[in-house]
Structure formats: structure tokens, C-alpha cells
Design a protein around this ligand. Structure first.
Ligand code: GAL
Length: 940
């Protein structure tokens, strides 16, 4: 049916109306998560050819704006690149190598691996015409590291920090009503820390759209003072005008409680800032009888900042905050809401088993929850600004935080990083202290350290005067930074005389910013240096370091010390002290990299937590050690504990405050039982029983610990014929999944060199030696002829585009490492002709159904080693003299499918992190192993 002119006119009016309605209905501010559907490929640190010719152009992106070349150019062909979703850490995907970095857990990426140190990311986004006039920006939460971002070929900037968020305004470069290309070149060749840091875009990325008059990123600052039962809240806001509007705007600030009920509001008309200027505006609001943010009831409020112009809301910005008071007292330690709180803290880096630093938000909650279950109430972000979602988890679950910047110094590099961290984070009620440095050995004991500390401290006060500043000190607690820092950060008892320091600086509060640094391997009870395993009994690790128990006793006995932060809560990749290769993760954690508890967790639960605890160690599977003496320990907060071996009492012992109990027991198989008494009454028991061999695979999910989303952490273990967990099992388990995908596997073994991830390998193979011969016919051949060998010349060399032949035959070569039938090999052709015929090793091939410029090459026509490609094509013609013609025939992509996901159990446990597909109703994870009854788990 033909549409008439009238029908067409009605239709276009209707469409115009629709566009206008949608434009009017747009929320004034949009923050769109753009983590999905990126393309990724490795580039190269110094070989520009392997870096896709980036920065080779006669005019570079620094010479002429918009001249991003290679993958930075809009038109770059990335079809052969890998598809992935963020967050992404390419380091964790690599194998381990002895020549890789000790600090970074021996993953074969980064500085010694130039072909695995540059990652390119590209993404297409559509921006509608109706967005014209808005401020369009890209917001990155964190990229490790040294990223350069391009938008439609325009260079936006370089961000060195691997930890701070950054933002670019792209409004001027947008192709409104069409497609736009984001390109990011990430250079992870340098390390910022001495611990695993990952590589790539490992935090969220957003596209943000606002009105030209808007609240700037991290532009609010909410503080409160408690006056009697009421809170006087000050809400500062920074407003910018990127447009030409002059006149008055109204700023409305509303506070909502945790049930979204309005509890306070203020509004005022002010003069809008001038073009490209920023103004600071502040409101005072009153909240009656506020629900305070506390460890057990982490109440949060929301500030909604609205800007109105001519009666219309043009921006709306949300700030989550809490109302609470904090105070350090040099005599009595730390107070939260006037209540004395001993800080029971842990230090942590940000990686997790299987997934490296690319943590789904749910894993932040999982980890903070695990620390809370251990009785911990404080977290030190050592030694860098964390992911925003970690702080959200601490706000929501009730965990105090020391937020730490990366590097000490007084220049823009250092102070701007500190400022960005503080402006991003200062509304989080969980943060009670800023840390501006850690163990800066070069300066900490001297005058330079003192000067830098003074400047950083005062600088931080200009951004947030409500929180104190600390620095972790290790080389003696006497001079330099120690004498000027607001809250003294003692790193380790063994590094100096804490009491002496305190006697000299009576006005200076203090806390143990690091303590412990003990070595333990989960489930190991005899140190075996040959195997790199450290027994899990809490022991003094090195002459000048102390056990967890010694550390806690020291801190708990001194009220003037606000508390201590154990090094560390979780094991992390890198720093496998006291060993090296082939150990790849630390031994310091109270929990392993998965979050499986080592026995120390139960010591802390006993003295940090509120619940009655009784935990007996070791396990009781010591076949071959019959008659030999075994150290048996009990962690408990009961008054007394009695130990029984096969029902026979081995004696009752009195527990001392912050202590543990020990017995020596000659091993016989059977049941070891501890009974705990309080006020003479039996209240608890714990059993270690000799088990039979592993027979069944058991899967269980930690879903109840996860607050939202599609992520689940699954524990894999084996049980014997009586369904008892087998603590020494190390079977290799193979996994398959339906309705979701596996993100990573781990088991907490510090010496495991097994893969964290099983993903298809994508290799890009260049076509080399590209030659041509002219053909006198415009009809393309169906078969190859015998072309005379000495007539081949370099393709496109000195081509006279005004006098091109009717057609050309091109010849090139590519090398295949193997020709396995399971590989998927594709040729992604880039147009070098109007009409084209492609031959591989003499066989004509047809384009694929999905993409006319993609050829899927069957292994029956391919071979290992050298392959030839011929392309017959009628030439492309120049329209303008200066047109730059494509001379690149394209690239060969070889996909080697991954092996099935698998992992060995380590001392009874492994962990697998799974993600449900968005549209799936359920995920089914199945696990099998030789000689064991398979298991499966369904999650809805
Ligand atoms: C500390 C340092 C930590 C970690 C730890 C290992 O000196 O601050 O980052 O390296 O030692 O023992």
C-alpha cells in the first residue's frame, strides 16, 4: 500500500510530537550505566604496529583536534575484538609466570609483558537529537591505570590514577541523532602499589546527561551538628552553568528519611552562575530527633538538591548521608555518637578470588558482611581510594572506614588526588578518618615528612574539617610525621615503643593502623616450607612482629589507643611473604582470598563479637599420625572449656580474657569434642571428627548475604558417606552452568597456579606480505589462475588512483599456530574494493550471513603454519583528491574455545562466583569430579 502525502504529513507531525513529549518528559539528570557491550583488545606498549598503528599519524591527536588514530578513530574496525561487559580486569585472566611481578601476584601482565600491558576498549553509544543542548559527559569510577580517553576521535584527557574517578564533558563532540564511539587506551605497565592492582576498566562507567545549569559531580557536601535532640544540617552545593542563561534560579534542598519521607526542606532564589562559572550555595536544614548512623543501625538520609528555572525542575541531584558524631580523645580513644568504640579493624586491598579487582557490587557487600560476622567494626582502605560501592556497603551495613589516598606529596599529582578522594567520599557517614599516607620510609622520620604531613593535613581540613587525619608510620614512633600527625597511626608494635611515644605526645590520639602481619594457610596445621604452607595456629610471624592475640591484648589493654587494624582481613594477590614464586597470594589474611575463614577468625569472633563462640582446631583427619602429639586449641569466650577425645575428658581449662586454650593430644581417630561452660553451665560444644573419604559434591550458596542483583557466591565442598565435610579433600571439580555465567573460581590456596577464569582465547592474526597484480578484466574470477610470480608488487604502492586497472588480484599470508577443528577462524574483511571475491589457500569462500564483510573459514581449507589469501576486487575510486583510501584488507580472528571451568578443592573448599543472565528465571550450576557423586544447585 502506498502512503499518501497527507498520511506522511500526519505521521511526521505525530513523530515530532513524540520527540517533543519525550524531550519534555526526560528526567532533568540521567546517569546511565554503560558497562555492557564493550569491545576489547590488547595493544602494545611500544610497538605501534601491534598497537593498531595508534599515534603513528602525520598529525596526531595532540597536533590536530579530532585526529585520534588507530582504535582512537571513530571509523576503526573493531569487529574482530572480544566482546565483554565491565567491570573487567585483564590481569586476572592471564596465566601465572615466574618472570611476572611478586607484588602483583605473578600474573603475566604489566611491566614485563609489553603485549599484555596495554588494553584498548571501545564502545558505541547512540545519543538522540533531543539531547542537543544538554551537558553530556562520560564518568569513569576508576581505570587501572594511566588511561587516555577519546570520543569520536577527540582526545579527552589522560588520567594517571588507577584509583580515582574522573569525568569528561563531551557535549561539543557528540554526533547527535547517531552513533558515537568511546575509545579508551589503558596502560597498566607501571604499578602504583606493591600489591595486586589488576588492569583495565575495573569499575563502572556512566554516560551522564544534565541541563547546562547543574550540580557538579561530587558537588554536594552535607555536614551536621547535633543540638540537643535535633540535627542542624548544612548542605553545601556547587552549581555550574555551561550555558548562556542569565537570571534567577531556585535551589530547593529536601531531606528524606530512610522511608523516603520528607523531614526537612529549604528553598531560595539565587542568581545563576555566569557562563562556565561555578558558584557555591549553602542551605541550613533542621532534622528533629534524627535516627543516627550507628554500627548496629546504620540509618541513612538522602538530600535531594533540585534546581528550578522558570518553574521547571532542571536538575535533581541525590546525596546519601548520615547523621552521627565522631570524636577522638587522646585519653579514651574513639567515640561514635558519644559512645566509646574500640576500633576492631582490618586492612584490605580490593581484589577477590577468581575475579581480581573487577568486583560486581554484590561482592563488596559479601566481603563487608564477612568482616562484620568476624566482629570487625572498622576497615582501612589500604592503600588507595576504594570503589564507591565499597563505601556504600560500609554505609549500609555499619562499618567504620579509614579512607586513604595513594601517595604523599604536596604537588598537584598528590593534592589533587587527595582532593578528589575527599570530595567524592566526604558524605559517607562510615568514613571517620582520612589517611594521607602509609609507611613512607624515605621521609616519615624526618623534617621533610613533617612538612609534607603538615601541608596535607591542613589541605584536607580545607575540604573536610569534620574528620581527623592519620598516617601509618613504621620506622620508629619518634620524630618527623609522628610528631605532627593528628591521629598517630602505629604500624606494628615491633616498630617502636608505643607507650613512650604516647608519653611524649600526650595530646595526640593514636591507633594501630597495622598490626599482626601473621602468616597462616587455611586448613594447614604443620608449616611446610617446601610446599609454602604456613600453619594456621596464631603465632609470632617474625622476630619484630606479633601474633594477633599479642596485638589485640596490647591494644585492648590501653584505653588511650582507639583500636587496631589487622594486616589483613582477607588474603590478597601479591606479597606472598614469607615465600615467593610459586606462591601467588598473601598469607596475612584472617580469611583467605575467597573469604573462607582461617582459625584466627574465631579468635576475633570470641573477643570482638557479641555471640558466644567455641571453635576447636585442628581438624581430626590425621591418618598416618596415630600416637603422635597434636596441638589442639580452642577459641572461645566461654568461662571454661573441657576437651574430650572419644568421650574421655582431657581436662577442663579456664579461659583468660582475650586468650585461647591449648592441649597436647596424642592422635587416635575418632571424635574430639570441646564443651564450653558459662557460669558452670554447658552452653556450647564443637566437634572435630575423623571423616571417611570424600564421596559427594556439595554446593551451597551465600545468596542470603547478597543484598541485590544477580550475583551469587557458591561454596563447593565434598562430604563423606555420613555427610560430614571432608577437611583434607583436594579433588578437582568441573563445572557447567545454565541460565548464567561463571565469573571466576578460587580456593584460597596461596600456591595454586590454576586458572581463575576459563574464557575463549581470541588471537588476531595479521595478513602479511600483501601484494597485488593488475587484471585487465572487470569480471572477477571464480577460480585462481596461475599468476606469474615475478609480477607481484607491494599492494597499493604508488597507486595512481586516476588510472586504476579494471580489477586487481591481491595476495597475502597469515600464520596459524594450529588448525584445530574446534577453533573458529574468521576473516574480517575491510573494504579494499567495490566487488570482492576471496580465496583461502585457493578455495573461494563466501561471506557469512550475519555480516557481508566477514568470512568464516573452515578448518578443512586451513592449515597449520602459513596460509595464503587472495582477494580479487574492482577498485574503490577516490571522490576527492585528498581522500585517504583504505589499504588494509582486514584481520584474521582465531577463537580457541575455553576448557570447561574447573578448580581443585583446597583443604575441603573451593568457591565459584556466578552471575545470572538478565532474562533467565533460574541458574543451574552443576559440579562433577572423577569418583564423586555429582552435585548441582539451582538459584532462582
Ligand atoms: C606493611 C605495609 C603493608 C604490607 C605489609 C606486609 O609494612 O604497610 O602494605 O606490605 O607491610 O607485611
Amino acid at each position: 500500500m502506498k502512503t499518501t502525502f497527507i498520511q506522511k504529513t500526519i505521521l511526521s507531525f505525530f513523530l515530532l510530537f513524540l520527540v517533543q513529549v519525550t524531550a519534555q518528559n526526560k528526567s532533568p539528570r540521567e546517569l546511565i550505566l554503560i558497562d555492557k557491550d564493550w569491545r576489547f583488545s590488547f595493544g602494545h606498549l611500544y610497538d605501534t604496529k601491534k598497537d593498531f598503528g595508534h599515534a603513528e599519524g602525520y598529525f596526531s591527536y595532540l597536533t590536530k583536534t579530532g585526529f585520534g588514530d588507530g582504535p582512537a578513530a571513530s571509523g576503526f574496525d573493531d569487529r574482530a575484538w572480544r566482546k565483554l561487559d565491565l567491570p573487567h580486569d585483564w590481569a586476572v585472566e592471564q596465566p601465572f609466570s615466574e618472570s611476572a611481578s611478586f607484588s602483583h601476584g605473578f600474573k603475566a601482565a604489566g611491566k614485563n609483558f609489553p603485549e599484555k600491558s596495554i588494553g584498548w576498549y571501545r564502545k558505541k553509544i547512540t545519543i538522540p537529537n533531543s539531547d542537543l543542548g544538554r551537558v553530556i559527559s562520560l564518568k569513569f569510577d576508576g581505570v587501572f591505570r594511566n588511561s587516555k580517553v577519546f570520543f569520536n576521535g577527540f582526545y579527552l584527557g589522560t588520567e594517571e590514577s588507577g584509583y580515582n574517578g574522573f569525568e569528561y564533558d563531551v557535549s561539543a563532540y557528540v554526533n547527535y541523532g547517531g552513533e558515537n564511539i568511546i575509545s579508551v587506551r589503558v596502560d597498566a605497565s607501571m604499578e602504583e602499589g606493591w600489591f595486586y592492582e589488576g588492569a583495565g576498566i575495573y569499575r563502572h562507567v556512566y554516560l551522564q546527561k544534565t541541563n547546562p545549569i547543574y550540580v557538579v559531580q561530587n558537588g554536594t557536601y552535607v555536614t551536621s551538628e547535633l543540638v540537643g535532640n535535633n540535627a542542624a544540617v548544612t548542605a553545601d552545593v556547587k552549581i555550574k552553568n555551561n550555558g548562556k542563561f542569565k537570571g534567577s534560579i531556585e535551589v530547593i534542598q529536601t531531606i528524606l528519611d530512610n522511608k523516603s519521607k520528607q523531614v526537612a526542606v529549604s528553598s531560595e532564589n539565587i542568581v545563576a552562575p555566569e557562563f562556565y562559572q561555578t558558584i557555591n550555595y549553602s542551605s541550613k536544614l533542621h532534622v528533629e530527633n534524627p535516627l543516627l548512623w550507628d554500627l548496629d543501625s546504620p540509618n541513612l538520609y538522602q538530600l535531594i538538591t533540585e534546581i528550578k528555572s522558570e518553574g521547571k525542575v532542571i536538575d535533581s541531584y541525590k546525596t546519601s548521608f548520615g547523621i552521627r558524631t565522631i570524636e577522638f580523645n587522646a585519653e579514651q580513644g574513639f567515640f561514635l555518637n558519644g559512645k566509646s568504640i574500640k576500633l576492631k579493624g582490618t586492612n584490605n586491598h580490593q581484589d577477590h578470588a577468581g575475579i581480581g579487582t573487577a568486583l560486581p557490587d554484590e561482592i563488596q557487600y559479601y566481603r563487608i558482611q564477612k568482616l562484620k560476622e568476624m566482629g570487625s567494626n572498622a576497615y582501612r582502605c589500604s592503600h588507595h581510594p576504594p570503589t564507591p560501592e565499597l563505601l556504600d556497603a560500609c554505609d549500609k551495613l555499619g562499618m567504620l572506614v579509614i579512607d586513604e589516598t595513594r601517595l604523599m606529596g604536596i604537588n598537584e599529582y598528590h593534592l589533587k588526588d587527595l582532593q578528589r578522594m575527599m570530595e567524592r567520599d566526604r558524605n559517607h557517614p562510615s568514613i571517620f578518618c582520612w589517611s594521607v599516607g602509609n609507611e613512607e620510609w624515605q621521609i616519615e622520620g624526618g623534617i621533610i615528612g613533617e612538612r609534607i604531613a603538615n601541608i596535607m593535613q591542613d589541605f584536607s581540613k580545607s575540604i573536610d574539617p569534620t574528620r581527623p587525619v592519620t598516617i601509618g608510620i613504621s620506622s620508629g614512633f619518634k620524630s618527623g610525621i609522628s610528631s605532627v600527625v593528628e591521629v598517630m597511626g602505629y604500624n606494628y608494635l615491633g616498630n617502636g615503643d608505643i607507650d613512650a611515644h604516647r608519653n611524649q605526645f600526650k595530646q595526640q590520639p593514636g591507633m594501630g593502623t597495622e598490626e599482626g602481619s601473621t602468616f597462616a594457610t587455611r586448613g594447614i596445621y604443620f608449616t611446610d616450607d617446601a610446599k609454602h604452607y604456613q600453619s594456621a595456629y596464631d603465632k609470632k610471624p617474625r622476630p619484630t612482629f606479633y601474633s594477633i592475640e599479642e596485638g589485640w591484648k596490647f591494644y585492648s589493654e590501653r584505653p588511650y589507643l582507639a583500636g587496631m587494624f589487622i594486616w589483613t582481613g582477607f588474603d590478597y594477590r601479591g606479597e606472598p611473604t614469607p615465600y615467593g614464586w610459586p606462591s601467588v597470594t598473601s598469607y596475612f589474611g584472617m580469611m583467605d582470598v575467597c573469604g573462607f575463614p582461617k582459625d584466627n577468625v574465631f579468635y576475633l569472633k570470641s573477643w570482638w563479637g557479641k555471640e558466644p563462640v567455641l571453635h576447636l582446631l585442628p581438624h581430626w583427619n590425621w591418618s598416618g599420625m596415630e600416637g603422635k602429639e597434636i596441638d589442639v586449641w580452642a577459641y572461645s569466650n566461654c568461662d571454661e572449656v573441657e576437651l574430650f577425645l572419644n568421650k574421655k575428658s582431657l581436662g577442663k581449662k579456664k579461659m583468660t580474657q582475650n586468650g585461647h586454650l591449648e592441649w597436647k593430644v596424642n592422635y587416635v581417630l575418632g571424635t574430639l569434642e570441646a564443651v564450653g561452660y558459662k557460669n558452670g553451665e554447658k552452653i556450647l560444644s564443637d566437634i572435630q571428627k575423623t571423616t571417611g573419604k570424600a564421596e559427594n559434591i556439595k554446593l551451597s550458596s551465600d545468596k542470603e548475604n547478597v543484598l541485590k542483583g544477580n550475583i551469587s557466591v557458591v561454596t563447593i565442598e565434598t562430604t563423606d558417606k555420613n555427610n560430614l565435610h571432608v577437611p583434607i579433600a583436594n579433588d578437582e571439580i568441573t563445572f557447567s552452568i545454565k541460565g548464567g555465567k561463571i565469573l571466576g573460581v578460587g580456593n584460597g590456596d596461596p600456591t595454586s597456579l590454576e586458572s581463575d577464569k576459563f574464557i575463549d582465547d581470541i588471537a588476531l592474526v595479521a595478513i602479511n606480505n600483501f601484494k597485488e597484480q593488475k587484471s585487465n578484466s572487470a569480471t572477477l574470477p571464480e577460480q585462481l589462475s596461475n599468476y606469474s610470480d615475478n609480477e607481484w608488487i607491494d599492494a597499493f604502492k604508488d597507486r595512481d588512483y586516476k588510472k586504476q586497472a579494471p580489477s586487481y588480484i591481491y595476495k597475502g599470508e597469515f600464520d596459524l599456530k594450529n588448525n584445530s577443528a574446534s577453533n573458529v577462524v574468521s576473516f574480517f574483511y575491510k573494504k579494499i574494493g567495490v566487488q570482492t571475491v576471496v580465496f583461502i589457500n585457493g578455495n573461494k569462500v563466501e561471506p557469512s550471513a550475519e555480516d557481508p564483510q566477514k568470512y568464516i573459514l573452515s578448518s578443512s581449507i586451513l592449515k597449520e603454519g602459513k596460509n595464503t589469501i587472495h582477494i580479487a576486487a574492482t577498485p574503490l575510486q577516490k571522490i576527492k583528491d585528498w581522500d585517504v583510501m583504505n589499504t588494509d584488507p582486514g584481520i584474521i580472528q582465531v577463537i580457541t574455545p575455553a576448557e570447561p571451568w574447573k578448580r581443585k578443592l583446597f583443604n575441603g573448599y573451593a568457591q565459584i562466583i556466578i552471575q545470572k543472565d538478565e532474562n533467565a528465571k533460574e541458574v543451574i550450576l552443576s559440579a562433577s569430579a572423577k569418583g564423586l557423586r555429582a552435585g548441582s544447585l539451582s538459584l532462582k
